[in-house]
Design a protein around this ligand. Structure first.
Ligand code: SF4
Length: 321
């Protein structure tokens, strides 16, 4: 098994940061993002954020100890006179276990609230429950996005061993829904041959519906050289017959080796079919198959569900400006 799949606790270190809030561009969309941590101990094998800090991404977590202060000084500056919605976070999970120790995400959110900045959180963690009151008190100007890829515990333990089980996450989502906070679920990435069956998606969608989630959307896996190496390990571990062959010949249509820096999406026909199924099933349950749009004021964002963004997952599509 590759190094990403490990039970060894990561090293936690602190460091100072010169800037915290960054602009980003995802295709035609612009926004702001903050990452109070560097690295992530959720250890998702498909993570797109890994390449920035490999090979230590999963094993060494840096807490940006001056993050709240830097954020406040940036928000005070003239550059951000009109504060656009802030994504927390784009390249790490802001509520990973390190947050319990350092509390940087909480303090950054308090700064954003002080400056009346709209924000949305991407997380897979149940540690966010600590901040229920914080988000509830700001619910007209924030929403939460939960990244859930599977309700199958055998698969979850393999593909993202540092995350909580889906039923535990849904228990936390229910508490935020009951508190009146808008909750969305991003099924991202959908993994071909692993989590792409209609029955598999239906389990997640039904759990969303049962727990009051309003928005459900998703995206397909994208391959990069390091992600492909981890995916081969996962396909083998799950005994998926000819999985590696089918990824190369039919679903992603590429030849090894994948050159550094190259990102490969699945074939358009496969991707469209999967997203059509997802959209249909979500609508059947009376939920909205789009990213929450009330903060963006950009119709194209809500109309393009294929442009959904996610911590880690959005990283191939995003460039900082
Ligand atoms: S996908 Fe998100 S939660 Fe998973 S390791 Fe990457 S940053 Fe962490």
């Amino acid at each position: 098994m590759d190094a990403w799949h490990s039970n060894i606790a990561p090293k936690l270190e602190t460091k100072s940061s010169k800037l915290l809030i960054h602009s980003f561009v995802v295709k035609q969309h612009k926004g702001l993002t903050i990452n109070p941590y560097q690295g992530c101990q959720h250890r998702c094998g498909y993570c797109y954020a890994t390449y920035e800090w490999s090979p230590d991404f999963y094993d060494k977590i840096y807490a940006k100890s001056n993050a709240p202060e830097i954020l406040e000084s940036q928000l005070k500056s003239s550059k951000f006179k009109r504060i656009e919605p802030v994504m927390i976070s784009s390249a790490t999970d802001p509520y990973q276990p390190a947050e319990v120790r350092y509390g940087l995400t909480r303090r950054c959110i308090q700064v954003l609230q002080k400056y009346k900045a709209p924000y949305y959180v991407f997380t897979k963690s149940i540690n966010i429950l600590r901040d229920l009151d914080l988000h509830r008190g700001y619910r007209d100007n924030c929403f939460l996005v939960w990244s859930i890829t599977t309700c199958d515990e055998n698969i979850r333990r393999l593909i993202e061993p540092g995350t909580p089980p889906a039923d535990v996450i849904f228990g936390v989502i229910r508490k935020f829904v009951d508190a009146g906070v808008c909750c969305a679920v991003n099924i991202d990435p959908i993994l071909p041959l692993i989590t792409d069956s209609e029955a598999h998606l239906d389990k997640i969608i039904t759990a969303c519906s049962n727990n009051g989630v309003r928005h459900v959307f998703g995206a397909l896996l994208r391959l990069r050289a390091d992600i492909w190496e981890r995916m081969k390990t996962i396909l083998d571990a799950l005994d998926i017959h000819e999985g590696s062959y089918k990824y190369q010949k039919t679903i992603f249509q590429f030849s090894e080796p994948i050159r550094p820096g190259v990102n490969i999406g699945p074939s358009k026909s496969y991707e469209n079919r999967m997203l059509d199924i997802l959209t249909y099933r979500v609508r059947c349950k009376g939920m909205i198959p789009k990213f929450p749009a009330f903060l963006w004021n950009r119709p194209t964002m809500s109309d393009q569900y294929t442009d959904t963004i996610n911590h880690g997952s959005q990283h191939t599509l995003m460039k900082y400006v």
